[in-house]
Ligand binder design. Structure first.
Ligand code: G3P
Length: 217
């Protein structure tokens, strides 16, 4: 399972990279705004800064919602750095843009996916990644994890190569459940990744080992 961090915060990206388990980064316009990154040039520079910290894929989202605009922005984003993956929303022109980019060899992440049908369309259009938002489904009393299971079944039925990128991960158990269900990638906050580390019996056991070592030395 690949681990992506879902943030535009450079310190958190560095922390996750230093942990040694980071495979990439996802961002979106809201995460950029949260870091105070505004204006096209600043946003483009920030993507390059992120690429220079991590080794893996960095999703950069188009703002246009029409095909021509998405193609123009997506090609500009892809030119920025070879780690950039163009993030395209699951809308009618987005599906056309996914196909266009796929035909041109530009890698894509289809975002804002909330149903198995949308995920099927993204795969048929040749998306590299599909991003089902599980936390936002949970927020409206719908089982987000079930969507991961449904997409896994559909993709396996036909051998689609589109990678399932479980997004809108809110906590550590989401990561574990997505791993059980066979999501190819998860993207979440640093806190959810760090939560995988923790177990009280580890801390108690380590304290006892160190105490016993001191007795004998
Ligand atoms: O990057 C997209 C997705 O992960 C957003 O998550 O927590 O805003 O629903 P969230």
């Amino acid at each position: 399972m690949k681990f992506f961090i879902d943030t535009a915060n450079l310190d958190q990206i560095r922390d996750a990279q230093e942990l040694g388990v980071l495979d990439g980064v996802t961002t979106n316009p809201s995460l950029m705004a949260k870091e105070g990154i505004t204006g096209r040039n600043n946003i483009l520079k920030h993507y390059v800064d992120i690429c220079n910290i991590v080794d893996g894929d960095v999703s950069a989202e188009v703002i246009a919602t029409d095909l021509k605009g998405m193609i123009k922005e997506g090609e500009e984003l892809a030119e920025l750095h070879d780690q950039i993956v163009v993030k395209v929303p699951m809308i009618r022109d987005g599906v056309k843009a996914l196909k266009y980019f796929s035909d041109k060899g530009i890698r894509t992440n289809c975002t804002l996916v909330f149903s198995p049908g949308q995920a099927l369309l993204a795969a048929k259009a040749g998306a590299t990644y599909v991003s089902p938002f599980i936390g936002r489904l949970d927020d409206i009393s719908t089982d987000g994890l079930n969507l991961i299971a449904e997409i896994r079944l559909i993709y396996d039925n036909y051998g689609y190569q589109t990678q399932i990128l479980a997004a809108s991960i809110r906590h550590t158990m989401h990561i574990i459940d997505c791993a059980k269900l066979g999501a190819d990638v998860m993207t979440g906050p640093l806190s959810a990744i760090e939560g995988l580390l923790k177990h009280p019996l580890t801390d108690i056991g380590l304290a006892k080992f160190l105490e016993d070592y001191k007795k004998g030395n």
